[in-house]
Design a protein around this ligand. Structure first.
Ligand SMILES: *Cc1c(COP(=O)(O)O)cnc(C)c1O
Length: 389
């Protein structure tokens, strides 16, 4: 193994330092490894508590959590859903699965979240209230929901979002997959909408290997979501089903891992915040370099610390990525904006310039919970070195 490979610093790795093995062993020894079991129930309760909601339904991943939420809220063929263009593709795909169309919205503000003033302008000027709900004047389609995606560990102005949702009677599906543990005025993200969705994919704050969760305050909705995730089985004894459902359940084995992970959530969050603070402090005086800035009322989970580098003398975010890679340091650019992505570029988009600028200028830096300070100092030195030379 050469020096670089041996000291490779990954972007964001899971930290499995708690009771993971003990709980997984309990599953194996008891035989309860599949989609029913006490770990599923306990994991659901733990995430509900962390997300400030009464009900939670575990799912096979975050994408299925989003999909089943859209189905349960009656969003379907021909509907339009307002969502940000600057996001990982999963929520846009989920909207397409139900036959609806995303209306993408540019990123705005220093927190890079969905630009709510543009959403408000669209709702006021381009939509019309009818008996059948809100209609887009130009397409004639129903505008059925808002799907904010709380990217990189924090969300936008939740007061603004909730006020818009109330004024226009639009359900909100929060994609909080990247922001477990973040809070707006002390209230957890995921608890502001009709539903909140989480992911426990390998690089998220908590992992179950792969997994997801829907949280809600609405008991009937939670029941309906659970029903849909279990093939809409209508009888406990008989194989009778009352609609087209999905096999979207999380296994007890995965939930065992998840429960061990939730027990470490406070530690992970603390570490993430320390890492972000150190980056901010060390980068404070570097010209041309900024980073995602949450609003004052937002306590970020700091899931993925992301800088923005305005091009200067040929120095770009992608140039920095290559420089870091040459030193065994993994970094990552943000997602191609949805309004440019091949599967979704035929969809409408309000603005888009900020998302495009972020796509070329933003770079996420290593911030695993297990990142050591000396590793982080190596990343900082490499960034400084790139900017100086
Ligand atoms: C991770 C993620 C998801 C869900 O991903 P899964 O891999 O399906 O668990 C959804 N939306 C966003 C923004 C994500 O980052």
């Amino acid at each position: 193994m050469d020096e670089t490979a041996r000291t490779r610093i990954p972007l964001c790795e899971p930290c499995l330092a708690g009771r993971e093995v003990e709980y997984v062993r309990q599953c194996v020894e008891s035989g309860w490894v599949s989609s029913v079991g006490s770990f599923v129930d306990e994991f659901e309760r733990a995430i509900a508590r962390e997300a400030g909601c009464e009900f939670a339904v575990a799912t096979v991943n975050g994408t299925s959590a989003l999909h089943v939420s859209l189905v349960a809220l009656g969003i379907g063929l021909g509907d339009e859903v307002l969502m940000p263009s600057m996001t990982f593709i999963a929520p846009a795909n989920a909207v397409a699965y139900v036959g609806a169309s995303p209306v993408f919205v540019d990123a705005g503000g220093a927190d890079w979240q969905m630009d709510l003033p543009q959403v408000a302008e669209f709702l006021r000027q381009d939509c019309q209230r009818t008996e059948a709900g809100l209609r887009n004047r130009h397409t004639g389609r129903r505008v059925a929901a808002m799907l904010p995606v709380h990217i990189l560990g924090c969300g936008g102005d939740m007061d603004f979002l909730v006020a818009l949702a109330e004024e226009f009677q639009l359900p909100v599906i929060e994609d909080a997959t990247e922001s477990l543990g973040a809070r707006w005025q002390g209230k957890p993200l995921g608890s502001f909408g009709k539903v909140g969705c989480f992911s426990f994919n390998g690089n998220k704050l908590l992992t179950t290997g792969g997994g997801g969760m829907v949280v809600t305050q609405d008991e009937a909705l939670a029941k309906r979501i659970r029903h849909l995730t279990t093939q809409a089985k209508a009888s406990a004894e008989e194989y009778e089903h009352d609609e087209v459902g999905y096999n979207y359940r999380l296994t007890n084995l995965q939930a065992a891992l998840g429960l061990a992970q939730v027990e470490q959530l406070a530690v992970f969050l603390q570490r993430k915040r320390e890492i972000a603070q150190l980056y901010r402090r060390e980068f404070a005086n570097l010209e041309g370099l900024s980073w995602q800035e949450p609003a004052a009322d937002m306590t970020s989970a700091e899931w993925l610390f992301t800088i923005r580098l305005r091009e200067k003398s040929g120095k770009t975010a992608r140039g920095l990525r290559s420089h870091l890679a040459s030193q065994g340091i993994q970094s990552r650019c943000l997602w191609e904006p949805m309004h440019l992505s091949r599967p979704h570029r035929h969809c409408a988009c309000l603005g888009g310039e900020v998302a495009e600028a972020l796509y070329s200028e933003a770079l996420s830096l290593p911030c695993s919970s297990g990142l050591t300070e000396s590793q982080q100092r190596r990343v900082i030195a490499a960034v400084r070195d790139f900017l100086a030379n």
